[in-house]
Design a protein around this ligand. Structure first.
Ligand code: NDP
Length: 497
């Protein structure tokens, strides 16, 4: 992006001038430069966009055969495949994430759309012949207008995970992206129309939290799907409960990575650096608590520290950059607070701990050196709370039972990883550690077929897989009498059971 562009809202199949006059600046986290402005949508804007979604639903998207819906969805997947370079540059500019990361991520986006378009065609309901002369049928139907509330760390990936399942199921969507990264969702809405989706099927209103709250309250909304922080999750769940609208919550995490003495150290250190510092540690499953068997502990701390120190920070557009800035000044301040508290609580700084020295214009960005603390105790702030940035802890353990206890010592239960060559131990730990997504000898791997979601303070519900498709549908039961005569109960016929 060169010239800052002033975006309108995108709903009802076209760009729409906002009623609200308030605007939000979108700035590069790498330089502070103004990239774009977007409207802070108000009540009239949200109502108009929600109504457009309801009209599109009523006009037939929800009643279409899944095969017919699959055609424009596949066209959108192809369009995204053709434009993934452009999308990667946009994502990198707005989030500050290195272009290498965003190219890799954008290359996989079409898979989610193709997957959900395909499985929706294969969705089969059931029928039964039951006693007394009845046929019972089950039928799936879409829920209607779905609100998708999305964060800034993977603006396109997280949105498309939700959107692909929702649209394939026959719903229309009202999207509220993060105020920090709202541009690619707007562009996606424009491209969806170009791909042949009917107007009003994909609608985007931009704004901050208050706009999100308006979206949750919009009368046509029949389901809410949020990825965000636990505090926001509580508010959204309360609102959904008040309205009796189902919701899915994909919230924060404090991912433990358990490394046993039999793990190959080279691979475990390389895996640890990737798990912790890709996306500058800003993913819900970023490795943040390393639990390391005592025999490997000192070597692991030294080598992870060396890997962290060697990462190249700088221009996100440069393919040689390993790590970009964190998303905002507030995010960096939060990480620096974690660093100060960890030092005060007696943890040992192994790497990082401060912003890097970068040349202009990147000296104005929200960069922070990847930071590793050793000797972190379980009751400490850094061990328990989510930094959501490149600040990680390392803690030693003596026994398998202690490793499990430390891994489970968290309010969160989203991601976890175990590094070991012992197959039986890998299986034991995969059951013993409380986490919705668990990797053995790897991290971050994600696929449309592989369900994704946490428990407890990490939220509820699943993305990916049949679970996600079914969560965007409601299932009904239809009972048909096949017996030739109706049993008149009050005439003494029929029987219970
Ligand atoms: P938020 O929870 O603040 O935001 C998520 C989305 O919800 C945004 O679109 C946000 O708008 C919107 N929102 C905020 N308040 C409300 C509300 N009351 N009603 C409806 N919508 C609302 O997340 P952040 O982006 O600030 O990230 C903070 C935390 O979120 C992280 O520390 C992490 O725990 C978690 N997170 C988890 C992710 C995951 O993948 N599970 C990804 C990103 C963040 P806006 O941002 O414009 O205010």
């Amino acid at each position: 992006m060169t010239e800052p562009r002033a975006y309108d809202l995108h709903y009802g199949g076209r760009w729409q001038k906002p009623v609200s006059t308030e605007r939000i600046e979108v700035r590069s986290p790498a330089t502070g430069a103004l990239l774009a402005t977007v409207p802070a949508a108000g009540p009239a804007d949200v109502t108009a966009a929600a109504d457009a979604a309801q009209e599109a639903f009523d006009a037939g998207w929800g009643r279409m055969d899944a095969l017919d819906r699959a055609r424009p969805l596949r066209a959108l997947a192809e369009l995204l495949r053709a434009r993934m370079g452009q999308l990667a540059e946009l994502e990198s500019a707005v989030t500050g994430r290195p272009i290498r990361e965003m190219r890799a991520q954008m290359a996989r986006i079409p898979e989610w759309i193709e997957y959900f378009a395909s499985i929706a065609v294969g969705l089969e309901a059931e029928s039964n012949l039951v006693k007394g002369g009845f046929v019972t049928l089950t039928a799936y139907e879409p829920q209607g207008v779905c609100a998708l509330l999305t964060p800034w760390n993977h603006p396109v990936l997280i949105l498309v995970k939700k959107l692909a399942a929702a649209l394939a199921a026959g719903n229309c969507c009202l999207i509220k992206p993060s105020e920090l990264a709202p541009v690619s969702p707007l562009i996606l809405a424009e491209w969806a129309m170009e791909a042949g989706l009917p107007p009003g099927v994909v609608n985007v209103v931009t704004g901050a939290g208050p706009t999100g709250a308006l979206v949750c309250d919009a009368a046509p909304v029949r389901r809410i799907d949020l990825t965000g922080g636990t505090a926001t999750g509580r508010k959204v769940a309360a609102r959904a409960g008040e309205r009796l609208v189902p919701c899915t919550l994909e919230l924060g995490g404090k991912t433990p990575v358990v490394i046993f003495a039999d793990a190959p150290l080279d691979e475990a250190v390389a895996g640890a650096a990737f798990a912790a510092f890709v996306a500058a540690g800003q993913t819900c499953v970023s490795a943040s608590r390393f639990l390391v068997a005592r025999p490997l502990y000192n070597a692991f701390c030294t080598r992870l520290g060396a890997r962290a120190d060697a990462l190249r920070l700088g221009d996100p557009a440069d393919p040689a950059t390993d790590m970009g800035p964190v998303i905002s000044a507030a995010a960096r301040t939060r990480c620096l607070d974690f660093i100060a508290r960890a030092k005060a609580e007696g943890a040992r700084l192994v790497a990082g701990g401060a912003p890097p020295d970068l040349a202009p214009p990147f000296d104005a960005g929200h960069y922070l050196r990847p930071t590793v603390f050793a000797d972190v105790t379980p009751e400490s702030h850094l061990f328990q709370e989510e930094a959501f940035g490149p600040v990680v802890s390392v803690t030693p353990f003596e026994t398998e039972a202690e490793a499990v206890e430390l891994a489970n010592d968290s309010a969160f239960a989203l991601g976890a990883a175990v590094w070991t060559c012992d197959v039986a131990r890998a299986h034991r730990l995969s059951r013993a550690i409380r986490a919705g997504v668990l990797w053995i000898n790897d991290h971050h791997k994600n696929d449309p077929r592989s369900i994704w979601g946490g428990f407890d303070a990490s939220g509820w519900g699943k993305e990916n897989g049949w679970d996600a498709l079914r969560s965007y549908l409601r299932k009904r039961s239809i009972v048909i009498r096949t017996a030739s005569q109706y049993d008149d109960w009050f005439a003494g016929k029929g029987r219970y059971g």
